[in-house]
Design a protein around this ligand. Structure first.
Ligand code: CMC
Length: 391
C-alpha cells in the first residue's frame, strides 16, 4: 500500500528537527550550533564543545569552570562496577565491555532516570559524559591485566583519561601536553554528527521513554559496526595489512572490483560528497603528532599515498569517495599507544556528548513521538495453518 514513502537506509528522510549540528555534504561543511568544526578543533576544548552541544551556546569562563567541575564530580564509578568487569573474559573486545558496562549503569544510578524531570536528565547526561573515560580506561586496563586507576580530578578531562589508560599505580604519570591536545582534538572531531546511525539509534531507543543509560548503550552497539564507528579500527588494520606503498594498487583494484566485498575503510560517506572536513583536521593533527613524538610509522606513508592514488582514480572520483574522519585517526591513536581494539571505544567516549545532547533535545520536544517506521511487506499472503503431522 502506498500510504508511506519507501526509503531503505533513510537516504532521504529527515527523522527530526534539530538545532545541534548542521552538515552540508556537497560543500564539506560541518557546524555545531553554528560554529565551524575547524575553528572548534583548533581553538576550543572538548569540555567547551560538550557544553555547547548540550546547552546551545558557548559557555562564559564561569560557566565553563562550573561545567568542568560538575563533570569532574561524576568521574568515579560505583565500586561494585569493578566487580562487574571481572565477569568478562580477558580477551573480550573492549566495545563488548562498553555495551555491557554502560547498559549496567542503568542498574546503579536510579536517581537520574526520571526523564520527565529536566534536572534528572541533566544529571544523567553529566554522569554519562563524566564516566565514559573511566569506563573506557577500565576496559583497556582489564584487557591487559593491569589494575584499574581511579580518576584524578586535578587533571583535565582528557589528561585524566590518558592517565587512567596509560598510568600505573607504581609510577607518577605525567601527561604529555602534545598528546593531551591531540586527544582532545580527536574527541572534538567525533563529538557529534547529526542523525548518523548510532545517534538515530539513541533517539529511537529514547523515543519510547527508555532509561537514558540503556539508550546510550544502544548507541554504542550501533557505533561498533565497521560501516560506522568501527571503521577507524578497520582502517588501521587495512593500512597495516597493505604495509608498504608498492602494495597499494592491489588494494585499490580490489576496492573497485564488484565481485570483491573489500572496501577502502575510512573512505566514503553517506553525506559528504566533497570532502569530510574532519578528515582534513585529522590529517593535519596526524602530521603534527607524528612529528612531535618523533614517530616514523610507515603506515602514515601508506595512508597518504593511498589517499593520493584514490583521489586521482576515476572510480573514487565518480562515486565521490573521499577519506572520512576515520581514515587518519587510527594513525594518531596508534602513535599515542592505543591498540586498534580501543579506537571505536574512543569514538564512543566522544560521541556520548552528541548522543546526550540529541537525546535531551528529543525528550524536551513537545511534539516528540515514539519512532515507529513502517515497512513494505513482501512476505506470504494469508494462508491456513497446517498441523505439523500433515506438513
Ligand atoms: N570503497 C570502495 N567502494 C565504496 C566505498 C569504499 N570505501 N564506499 C562506497 N563505495 C561504493 C559502493 O560500492 C557503491 O558502489 P555502487 O554504487 O557501484 O554499488 C557506492 O560507492 C555507494 O556506496 P554505498 O554503500 O551505497 O553508500 P552509503 O552511503 O550507503 O555508505 C559508507 C556509506 C560510509 C557506509 C560507505 O562509504 C562505506 O562502507 N565506507 C567504508 C566504511 C567507513 O569508512 N565508514 C565510516 C564512515 S564515517 C564515520 C562514521 O560514520 O563512523
Amino acid at each position: 500500500t502506498g500510504a508511506f514513502t519507501f526509503d531503505p537506509g533513510f537516504t532521504s528522510t529527515a527523522s527530526c528537527e534539530s538545532k545541534i549540528t548542521y552538515i552540508d555534504g556537497d560543500q564539506g561543511i560541518l557546524l555545531h550550533r553554528g560554529y565551524p568544526i575547524e575553528q572548534l578543533a583548533e581553538q576550543s576544548s572538548f569540555m567547551e564543545v560538550a557544553y555547547l552541544l548540550l546547552h546551545g551556546e558557548l559557555p562564559s569562563g564561569q560557566e565553563l569552570d562550573k561545567f568542568t567541575y560538575t563533570i569532574s564530580r561524576h568521574t568515579m564509578l560505583h565500586e561494585q562496577l569493578a566487580t562487574f568487569y571481572r565477569g568478562f573474559r580477558r580477551d573480550a573486545h573492549p566495545m563488548a565491555i562498553m555495551c555491557g558496562v554502560v547498559g549496567a549503569l542503568s542498574a546503579f544510578y536510579h536517581d537520574s532516570t526520571d526523564i520527565t524531570d529536566p534536572h534528572q536528565r541533566m544529571v544523567a547526561s553529566h554522569r554519562l559524559i563524566a564516566k565514559m573515560p573511566t569506563i573506557a580506561a577500565m576496559a583497556y586496563k582489564y584487557s591487559i591485566g593491569q589494575p584499574f586507576l581511579y580518576p584524578d580530578n586535578s587533571l583535565s578531562y582528557t589528561g585524566n583519561f590518558l592517565r587512567m589508560t596509560f598510568g600505573v599505580p607504581a609510577e607518577d604519570y605525567v601527561v604529555d601536553p602534545v598528546i593531551e591536545r591531540a586527544m582532545d582534538r580527536i574527541f572534538i572531531l567525533h563529538a557529534d554528527h547529526e542523525q548518523n546511525a548510532s545517534t538515530s539509534t539513541v533517539r529511537l531507543a529514547g523515543s519510547s521513554g527508555a532509561n537514558p543509560f540503556a539508550c546510550i548503550a544502544a548507541g554504542i552497539a550501533c557505533l561498533w559496526g565497521p560501516a560506522h564507528g568501527g571503521a577507524n579500527e578497520a582502517a588501521l588494520n587495512m593500512l597495516r595489512e597493505i604495509g608498504t606503498v608498492d602494495r597499494i594498487p592491489e588494494y585499490i583494484a580490489r576496492a573497485k572490483d564488484k565481485n570483491d566485498p573489500f572496501r577502502l575503510m575510512g573512505f566514503g560517506h553517506r553525506v559528504y560528497k566533497n570532502y569530510d572536513p574532519r578528515a582534513k583536521v585529522m590529517q593535519k593533527t596526524a602530521n603534527e603528532v607524528l612529528e612531535k613524538l618523533g614517530v616514523d610509522d610507515p603506515i602514515f606513508d601508506v595512508a597518504r599515498e593511498l589517499e593520493q592514488i584514490a583521489l586521482k582514480d576515476d572510480y573514487f572520483v565518480e562515486k565521490k569517495l573521499y577519506p572520512n574522519v576515520d581514515f587518519y585517526s587510527g594513525v594518531i591513536l596508534s602513535a599515542i599507544g592505543f591498540p586498534t581494539s580501543m579506537f571505536t571505544v574512543l569514538f564512543a567516549l566522544a560521541r556520548t556528548t552528541g548522543w546526550v545532547a540529541q537525546w535531551n533535545e528529543m525528550i524536551s520536544d513537545p511534539d516528540q513521538k515514539i519512532g515507529r517506521p513502517r515497512q513494505l511487506y513482501t512476505g506470504a499472503t494469508q494462508r491456513d495453518y497446517v498441523p505439523v503431522g500433515k506438513r
